[in-house]
Design a protein around this ligand. Sequence first.
Ligand SMILES: Nc1ncnc2c1ncn2[C@@H]1O[C@H](COP(=O)(O)OP(=O)(O)OP(=O)(O)O)[C@@H](O)[C@H]1O
Length: 231
Amino acid sequence: MAAPVLALEGLEFQWPGRAGFALQVPGFQLLPGETVLLLGESGSGKSTLLSLICGTLLATRGTVRVAGTDLADLSGGQRDRFRAEQIGVIFQQFNLLPFGTVADNILLPLRFAPDRRRRAGDGRARALMLCQALGLPETVLSARAGTLSVGQQQRVAVARALIGEPPLLVADEPTSALDAGTQAAFLDLLFEQARACGSALLMVSHDPRLAARFDRVLQMEDIAHSKRGAA
Ligand SMILES: Nc1ncnc2c1ncn2[C@@H]1O[C@H](COP(=O)(O)OP(=O)(O)OP(=O)(O)O)[C@@H](O)[C@H]1O
């Protein structure tokens, strides 16, 4: 069996100074190219778990391995560069730079990730190909990201996550701002492009209607114990 692209083991996390919420993940693995939907209600810790996987938060105990590297073995700066190399992130609010052009936004992760930059080849040409594959007009590259519609911004966020073919894509409720029809078209494009890049996809959501498309569908409580109470 191929080595997992993501492996969590004995993971424990508590927000500093907040006794009310604690997250434990005894074990979880994601295989290369696999698509997994993780469902959980609001406040169950989905975004917290994604931050632990991305290394923007560090576990109190246990290990997070991405592409074989234990994130705790890296310094803060190394973790930032490692994330840029290995993980394409699609945030709930897209997190685009509104005054930057679409090209600036898509090419941003390549700045900090020489291997990913190499994989992307001619970055601007690749950005254009991704925009076209995602149904964005050719002229979009020079537009300021903040001037685009929500649906277009979402596609730019996907192109930014996909460029340079990171082995792991993580997506936090990326369809929550879209109506049902747009949602389906967006997911078609995301899956098609993730498959073309060979990237594994871990998406968190509270929406069970997304389930049919994924290789595996898990509930937060299948993999995590979370303690919730007064903060
Ligand atoms: N920066 C923070 N500092 C302290 N506590 C936080 C912080 N961010 C989240 N929490 C707490 O962690 C718990 C889990 O929140 P999280 O955002 O991970 O849940 P979620 O399942 O992603 O929710 P939603 O579906 O509403 O986005 C909540 O109790 C929340 O208040």
